[in-house]
Design a protein around this ligand. Structure first.
Ligand SMILES: Cc1ncc(COP(=O)(O)O)c(C=O)c1O
Length: 396
């Protein structure tokens, strides 16, 4: 077949569909965010002040939970959550292999051993697989709301020994609850991340959410070196403090918190746009052979942090060249994620192929397409056109 230059994919020498790179995710900022940060800079308090308390109150209201404890990153939130529920040396933590490496690293960082359990068809931790790897030393289970789809925590709870703490890694799913509290029971602690590709950003930042007063108290202490009081409290009459346990500096600054509060006011609008784009991708890609859309789950609506398709044999090209091909078109498609247990560090710890067959097969097919609130329909049409062009070229 003779190809016109306009039809040939850029990877085969054609002209790229876009002139500039379309990222897979991008934060949105406007003057409201800048004003909020500048006001805080002028407030006289840069950390541990009212802006942090206001952000925590706004997050707790958003989620309908009693306590939000803001911290310096999602990774810090995971470590604080694990410590707060009693994870430490000589314990193990059940984690899914399909997540950002921080989920499993957090277990290692608090001295515990991660135990990988496979994912289900919703790409979240499979409750039965999780129950199979629970051992006497298991002190917590982390489920990940992969790509924004809330995990079915009630199904997970039903499969696990009674009382085993569940931590929900909701780094992808902030806003999944916007039609009301999610129709799943929350875990003991939910963690969030405010990295710029997430739904709202504080630059770097995270939070832990819980309804349990004692856990909230311990989370605050672990955020602040294990101390019995925070600096703001000691500025008043309470100058004495004690240290009850080993903690870290996991605090969020007031400037970051002010940015987070300003961002949170637009969360629902942003998630609505993400949902719109996700449905549009579903429709536009429906007729392309070899493209499997992300799973949907009855009663659980995704917040669409990621739109991750699976590329199957029918596409006519393997997954890696598809990502390379889209990048050649100036579309920053990517992979979320390589299976954690097969990363070199985890292989050195003894993990191997075959431990989590569903996750391994899924990870070999995943491609994340661009999705963020400011993305236009025309941007999205370009992505679909690029995929179609690759399919025509590769799959005939
Ligand atoms: C599922 C998941 N958990 C945890 C984290 C860690 O969050 P942070 O980057 O804020 O430390 C991320 C960040 O990308 C994530 O995607």
């Amino acid at each position: 077949m003779i190809w016109a230059a306009t039809e040939l994919p850029a990877i085969a020498g054609g002209n790229p569909i876009r002139e500039s790179m379309l990222p897979y995710g991008r934060h949105s900022l406007d003057d409201r965010d800048i004003d909020a940060v500048v006001r805080t800079l002028n407030s006289g308090t840069l950390t541990g002040g009212d802006a942090v308390a206001a952000f925590e109150a706004a997050l707790a209201t958003e989620y309908g939970v009693r306590h939000a404890v803001a911290c310096s990153s999602g990774t810090a939130a995971l470590q604080m959550a694990l410590r707060a529920v009693g994870v430490g040396l000589r314990t193990s933590v059940v984690v899914p292999p399909l997540s950002f490496v921080a989920t499993a690293n957090a277990a290692l960082l608090v001295g515990a051993t991660p135990r990988f359990a496979d994912i289900g068809g919703d790409r979240c931790l499979d409750p039965e697989a999780a129950a199979r790897v629970v051992e006497p030393s298991t002190a917590a289970v982390i489920t990940v709301d992969y790509s924004g789809l809330p995990s079915d925590v009630s199904a997970l709870r039903a499969c696990l020994p009674q009382g085993l703490p569940i931590i929900v890694d909701a780094a992808h799913s902030l806003g999944a609850h916007t039609t009301g509290r999610p129709p799943v029971v929350h875990g003991d602690i939910t963690i969030l991340s405010f990295h710029p590709v997430k739904h709202i950003t504080t630059g770097e930042g995270g939070a832990t959410l819980t309804d349990d007063d004692d856990l909230a108290h311990r989370l605050r202490r672990l955020r602040n070196h294990g101390m019995t009081s925070e600096a703001g409290e000691r500025a008043g009459l309470t100058w004495r403090y004690d240290v009850l346990e080993l903690g870290e500096n996991h605090r969020l600054s007031d400037m970051q918190a002010a940015l987070g509060t300003a961002q949170l006011t637009r969360l629902q609008a942003w998630v609505a746009r993400r949902r719109e784009l996700a449905s549009r991708y579903d429709e536009l890609l429906e007729t392309v052979p070899g493209i499997v859309p992300p799973p949907r789950a009855p009663g659980r609506e995704s917040a669409w942090h990621l739109y991750a398709i699976e590329v199957t044999e029918d596409f006519g090209m393997a997954r890696d060249p598809v990502i390379d091909g889209l990048r050649a078109e100036n579309i920053a498609a990517t992979l979320h994620y390589p299976a954690i247990h097969l990363l070199s560090m985890y292989r050195r710890l003894g993990h191997q192929v075959g431990e989590a067959p569903v996750a391994e097969a899924t990870c070999s097919r995943l491609v994340t397409l661009p999705l963020f609130p400011a993305m236009t329909d025309a941007d999205q049409d370009g992505v679909v056109e690029a995929i179609t062009r690759l399919r025509r070229w590769g799959g005939g």
